[in-house]
Ligand binder design. Structure first.
Ligand code: 5GP
Ligand code: ZN
Length: 141
């Protein structure tokens, strides 16, 4: 897609620190490394976010994640964990609108990455939980 920075990276119009490429995905270092080895895996097909994936594309992309994760782990055996993150839409911190999966190796509790779920203040009654589950369940196709 025109004017998409990740499409340009895939097409080699913009340089990147490539880690892996095949016919379906392109993986490269995030330009701002949250931690050493912070990697982005992107589908070569331009999709904006998770809501645009079909089953085949999802299978193609997510099938590649474990081997890239293992490669990062082998490259940096001192790492002690890995967060896999996918932001969708601006409110959820998506800033590049070509879908991508972040692989963030973790080295210590004090490294420059955290996920904060807050104080879980949106607690629901059991009846409300059932109603929420039912509402979503009805929409699973
Ligand atoms: P998001 O915030 O959309 O989940 O993540 C987008 C990521 O893309 C950010 O972590 C940002 O550092 C990275 N990024 C943005 N522009 C470029 C670029 O031109 N090259 C690379 N390698 N990463 C980029
Ligand atoms: Zn794109």
């Amino acid at each position: 897609m025109e004017n998409c920075i990740f499409c340009k990276i895939i097409d080699q119009e913009i340089p990147s620190y490539k880690i892996y490429e095949d016919e379906k995905v392109y993986a490269f270092l995030d330009i701002s490394q949250a931690t050493k080895g912070h990697t982005l895996v992107v589908p070569k097909q331009h999709v904006t976010d998770i809501f645009e994936y079909d089953d085949t594309l999802a299978a193609d992309v997510f099938a590649r994640i474990p081997k890239i994760a293992r490669a990062i782990e082998k490259a940096f055996p001192e790492m002690d964990g890995l967060n896999i993150l996918n932001n969708n839409k601006e409110l959820a911190y998506q800033s590049v609108f070509h879908s991508h999966i972040h692989l963030v190796p973790r080295y210590s509790k004090n490294d420059d990455f955290s996920i904060h779920f807050g104080n879980h203040t949106d607690q629901q009654t059991p009846e409300e939980m059932q109603a929420i589950a039912d509402k979503i369940k009805e929409q699973v196709k």
